[in-house]
Design a protein around this ligand. Structure first.
Ligand SMILES: *[C@@H]1O[C@H](CO)[C@@H](O)[C@H](O)[C@H]1NC(C)=O
Ligand SMILES: *[C@@H]1O[C@H](CO)[C@@H](O)[C@H](O)[C@H]1NC(C)=O
Ligand SMILES: *[C@@H]1O[C@H](CO)[C@@H](O)[C@H](O)[C@H]1NC(C)=O
Ligand SMILES: *[C@@H]1O[C@H](CO)[C@@H](O)[C@H](O)[C@H]1NC(C)=O
Length: 400
């Protein structure tokens, strides 16, 4: 970042007859200006990074890059992925919540997080393409199983806030060989169900080179149940979505540029519309108004007070029916990811990547309406509570 201005050729001693002459005044000024500009630029670089972080809600820290001082935290080789084939792993949102929990602990313990090198792709969230294309070839491209963590996140960017390394064989070998060089005793501790505070305060743990915490295998984020109590180490929800890998951020930026000034809605249907029949054969749903509220005629009524006619409306949805939302086009200029296949096809290999791009688009919208409310200030299509896992009710389709 530091630019040392190369001296102009004219001041070379040979050219000035071997005598070092004082710099002529204009030249001095030019040099001074160059140095000032360089300094200003480096300050700007630092500032814009600091800005990003303060926008994210926390202060950047000085990350100690000296290898000798590094201590590690390991949570396991897979995020929320119990089985061999990841068939039962959760969607991206759940896995991110878990990953964030691990990152928060690393931040709290001032350790490097040894992050799984792969992210599990849930087949439910990944069998159908978001790109609304009936093309079998693009369908085949959706990978199943897992994908490289680096294909989703910018590891270096994450490391500026929480230092991380991937648990690929090379980085593991490095850590293991170091621990054997230093001698076995107390360098790797295996813990389970020990609180973060204990790991930090108890010298039996805090001195270890590597803490191997066996996190709750189905849901790492359970380790953060006490999230609200550890206010000093909270990473904002937005942290991981913002850390998308460069090619995904670039794709999103290109799309945003084309969209111009736009609004966005996220319409989750498929996965959330799970109904089941009770013992009397009556349909029941955990979100009784969701099917109704995510249909275009209801969306139109609902968003009218937030988004005025004529606006460009970006729709991110897992609805597969072709043209499902097209009746909204009498009020809005509609855009989907499928409008940008020339930008997306070369970079998108699975639905998680696509969703990460769509999330960046939604983040950049002037007005954004979610499917269901998560935070008080959210605008949402449906008033049903998002976190309902027990109360099955009859779906409502009427207007009240
Ligand atoms: C469908 O596949 C063909 C070739 O396999 C490709 O040329 C075309 O662009 C694809 N269409 C879409 C919408 O992806
Ligand atoms: C550390 O471990 C030793 C041996 O297992 C034990 O005696 C000691 O009480 C532990 N220290 C703390 C602070 O828990
Ligand atoms: C971490 O600890 C678990 C047991 O709690 C063990 O099965 C696993 O092999 C350990 N991993 C490493 C890398 O030491
Ligand atoms: C996006 O594609 C749909 C058809 O799938 C079309 O109706 C709409 O006008 C396109 N939007 C833009 C902004 O090009």
């Amino acid at each position: 970042m530091e630019h040392i201005p190369t001296p102009p050729v004219a001041i070379h001693p040979r050219i000035t007859g071997g005598r070092r002459q004082p710099l002529p005044l204009p030249l001095k000024r030019a040099l001074l200006a160059a140095i000032t500009v360089a300094a200003a630029l480096s300050i700007l670089c630092i500032l814009s990074f600091t800005d990003t972080l303060s926008f994210l809600g926390f202060r950047p820290r000085d990350v100690d890059k000296r290898d000798g001082n590094r201590r590690y935290l390991y949570w396991g080789s897979r995020v929320d992925c119990p089985g061999k084939h990841c068939g039962s792993c959760a969607g991206l949102g759940h896995q991110e919540s878990s990953l964030r929990c691990a990152l928060e602990e690393a931040l709290f313990l001032d350790r490097v997080l040894v992050m799984p090198a792969k992210m599990c792709l849930n087949s439910v969230h990944n069998t159908k393409g978001f790109l609304q294309s009936s093309n079998a070839t693009s369908q085949q491209r959706w990978e199943t199983g897992s994908c490289a963590m680096e294909s989703l996140y910018d590891i270096d960017l994450i490391s500026r806030t929480v230092p991380v390394i991937l648990d690929n064989p090379r980085s593991w070998y490095e850590i293991i060989s170091r621990s054997t060089k230093l001698g076995e005793d107390g360098l790797v501790v295996h813990v389970q169900g020990v609180s973060s505070a204990e790991l930090k305060q108890n010298s039996n743990y805090s001195g270890a080179l590597l803490i191997n915490r066996t996190a709750s295998p189905l849901t790492w984020f359970m380790e953060c149940k006490d999230r609200t109590k550890r206010s000093s180490v909270m990473l904002p929800y937005i942290f991981l979505p913002t850390m998308a890998t460069r090619k995904l951020r670039d794709a999103a930026n290109k799309m945003k540029e084309i969209l111009g000034d736009y609004d966005a809605i996220h319409v989750r249907r498929g996965d959330l519309l799970k109904n089941r029949k009770d013992r009397f054969g009556v349909e029941r749903s955990l979100h009784p108004h969701l099917d109704r509220d995510t249909r275009p005629e209801f969306i139109k009524k609902r968003i009218a007070k937030w988004i005025r006619p004529g606006r460009t409306l970006f729709i991110a949805s897992n609805e597969r029916t072709p043209g499902f939302f097209s009746s909204l086009s009498d009020k809005y200029r509609l855009a989907y990811s499928s409008n940008f296949s020339s930008i997306l096809n070369p970079v998108i290999e699975n639905n998680y990547q696509l969703f990460m791009v769509e999330r960046l688009i939604m983040q950049g919208a002037r007005t954004f309406v979610k499917t269901m409310k998560e935070f008080d200030k959210d605008l949402a299509l449906c008033d049903d509570p998002k976190k309902n896992t027990k109360d099955w009710q009859e779906p409502v389709y009427t207007d009240d």
